[in-house]
Design a protein around this ligand. Structure first.
Ligand code: NAP
Length: 268
């Protein structure tokens, strides 16, 4: 794909609706060219036409089912080969609405293959290209649910804990090599994901649900501030830093030669 933009091309997964759709709009207006990925080609084409008409972005559509190994490989290859790509928004994801003991394991496998496996493959491919070119950024869309695992179903929550952890480690691996990495942790946001998963967003108090435009604008503000982790609604950024500091404070005691005194039995 030829690029018009000095910012390069943003590859956005799950761009046909919700958060990904909104990133596409904002990034086109910021001067990125776009490569839009999802399964629904007609919705992607409609968005692409709209953005071509209303911005100067060059927009390409790439239909892919990211639970399909061959389709993931196709997108991955594009990330490895296309030096115009400077930003990956790893956004496509699904939710579930069942406790693990009652879940359809086919649904569980599809969630894992999209939220974890595809996201990992695309992050790896992007990281390789961006490190080689010493330029690029990866935005991984996680969620706040890893902060409240007791209150949300196990598989979706664990998949988003994975995204957060992957992003933190990836930043340690490549953050100093010219590649910016961000995990975005939205709270409940008004998109189709709830209905798709058979959940009723209207059951949430209105004060807990953010409009998708506000959520994406806040996340991009966090990106501009070079935040590693952005929680759009968190009023006090120090709360997150205190949480990280509490974790780091345990560091010196997490791997020691001897067990803690409370685990020592009389026979030992
Ligand atoms: P959404 O409106 O349902 O959008 C999901 C996007 O993912 C769609 O573009 C969908 O497109 C795409 N997608 C789904 N299955 C796919 C597949 N197999 N292959 C390729 N693309 C696929 O939901 P959203 O709220 O914007 O979700 C975006 C991300 O935000 C997800 O990772 C979600 O977990 C996260 N998130 C959402 C909320 C929230 O409250 N909305 C909160 C925290 C985190 P097609 O159907 O066209 O493929």
């Amino acid at each position: 794909m030829s690029t018009n933009s000095s910012k390069g091309t943003a590859l956005i997964t799950g761009a046909s609706s919700g958060i990904g759709f909104t990133y596409a709009d904002r990034l086109a207006k910021r001067g990125f060219d776009l490569l839009l990925v999802a399964r629904d080609q007609s919705r992607l084409e409609a968005l692409a036409n709209d953005l071509r008409a209303n911005t100067s972005a060059s927009v390409e559509v790439l239909k892919a089912d990211l639970t399909d190994v061959a389709d993931v490989a196709k997108v991955e290859q594009r990330l490895r080969d296309d030096a115009a790509i400077t930003l990956l928004v790893n956004n496509a994801g699904v939710a579930l609405n069942a406790p693990l003991s009652e879940a359809d394991l086919g649904d569980v496998d599809r969630l894992i293959s999209l939220n974890i496996t595809a996201l990992t493959h695309l992050a790896a491919a992007a990281a390789a290209g961006f490190v080689a070119r010493k330029r690029g950024a990866i935005i991984n869309i996680a969620s706040v649910v890893p902060m409240i695992p007791e209150r949300f179903n196990a598989v979706y929550t664990a998949s988003k804990a994975y995204v957060l952890s992957l992003t933190q480690s990836l930043n340690a691996e490549i953050g100093e090599k010219g590649v910016q990495v961000q995990a975005v942790m939205p709270g409940a946001t008004r998109t189709e994901i709830w209905e798709r998963a058979g959940m009723d967003l209207s059951a949430f108090p209105a004060e807990m649900v953010m409009d998708v435009n506000e959520m994406v604008d806040a996340s991009l503000a966090g990106f501009d501030q070079k935040e590693l982790v952005t929680i759009p609604s968190l009023p006090n950024a120090e709360d997150w830093q205190n949480f990280v500091n509490a974790r780091l404070a345990m560091g010196p005691n997490l791997s020691l030669q001897h067990a803690a005194a409370r685990y020592k039995t009389s026979g030992a």
